[in-house]
Design a protein around this ligand. Structure first.
Ligand SMILES: [Zn+2]
Ligand SMILES: [Zn+2]
Length: 334
């Protein structure tokens, strides 16, 4: 008999599912990959076969212009990977198409969360708590100082700034995959139906979300606008464009940024952000600890961020845990 869980092996460049010879979110090209979601630190082009949800595959096709070897799996569908291993994709609540992957072999159940959050998000299916033996969790915001406020509060700040500055525009820095669409959808939910202006780099992903049923209202490109048309408006751009020449075409922009890191004042100052919005697509400290308690695995493996504090929390609450040292996970997507 083989040792328990010897079939799943964390290696520096990904998690190797040995009997099926397949990798989860590998950081280099492999013959067979399971991909949790479309962010660049998890999804890479060039794999022989890529197994992911249909939305993640569409995102990968858009970003890497390739769909070779794409094998779609719906949420809740179980597939056989060979070697007596099966995989089931479960919603992770992180971005469109994002999945936790449940792997089963010889009666043992392992879940790899990828990135996830528990806060509601109108642009993707909510995280499903699923029992397992080993729970491999991300820990991007794995420190007690990281608490994300309800998004309605942050959207309220954004709308207030707009009302108070009718002759300016509010320029919101937001990652092109996930954050931008979530901010726009939450603005719509808060009753803001005016045109939202987009940086050109946002357009294709917003359209992809709409094709997957996430309605974003009237979106237009900044490049098609006269400067005065954008007074009193909200403009969404990638964070890299905030302090770029590009922003000179905007009328007196007030710079905002939607990120979990905006909890850290120094980070906001560094980027010249006047209106920090603490909006994250990752679980905060409370969501991480609550999720581990609810899933209640035999063992928790922690990766992808600040492992130490969460490891300590597990020990103090009598839970077995270990930190994994995977390389290549930089948050594109905080
Ligand atoms: Zn991500
Ligand atoms: Zn990530």
């Amino acid at each position: 008999m083989t040792a328990p869980f010897s079939w799943i092996r964390p290696e520096p460049h990904g998690i190797h599912v040995v009997p099926a010879d397949i990798w989860v979110d590998p950081s280099r090209a492999v013959p067979r990959a399971l991909v949790t979601h479309g962010h660049a630190d998890h999804a890479r082009g060039g794999h022989g076969e890529t197994i992911a949800t249909p939305a993640t595959l569409a995102i990968m096709k858009l970003r890497y212009a390739t769909s070779d070897g794409a094998r779609p799996v719906e949420y809740g569908e179980s597939i056989s990977l060979g070697g007596g291993v099966s995989a089931t994709f479960l919603p992770a609540g992180h971005v469109l198409g994002s999945a936790q992957i449940l792997l089963e072999h010889a009666g043992e159940r392992v879940i790899i969360t990828g990135d996830y959050k528990r806060a509601p998000d109108p642009t993707c299916a909510p995280f499903e708590v699923t029992p397992c033996d080993i729970f491999i969790t991300e820990a991007t915001f794995g420190l007690p100082v990281f608490t994300h406020p309800p998004i309605t509060e942050e959207i309220g700040k954004l709308l207030d700034a707009r009302t108070e500055n009718p002759d300016a525009c509010i320029l919101v820095g937001a990652y092109a995959l996930g954050k931008a669409q979530r901010v726009i959808a939450e603005l719509r939910a808060a009753g803001h139906m005016d045109t939202i202006w987009l940086h050109g780099a946002m357009e294709a992903m917003c359209r992809l979300y709409e094709e997957h049923g996430v309605m974003l209202g009237d979106l237009r490109l900044v490049s098609d606008a006269a400067k005065d048309q954008m007074r009193g408006a909200i403009v969404v751009a990638p964070p890299s464009a905030l302090n770029d020449r590009w922003s000179r075409r905007l009328p007196d922009p007030i710079t905002a940024m939607a990120s979990g890191w905006m909890r850290v004042r120094a980070r906001a100052r560094q980027r010249g952000v006047e209106l920090p919005l603490v909006i994250s697509d990752h679980a905060d400290w409370n969501e991480l600890t609550r999720t581990i308690a609810q899933v209640n695995p035999q063992e928790t493996w922690i990766t992808h961020g600040r492992e130490e504090a969460l490891l300590r929390w597990c020990e103090l609450s009598q839970r077995r845990a270990r930190a994994l040292a995977l390389v290549g996970y930089e948050d594109e997507d905080d």
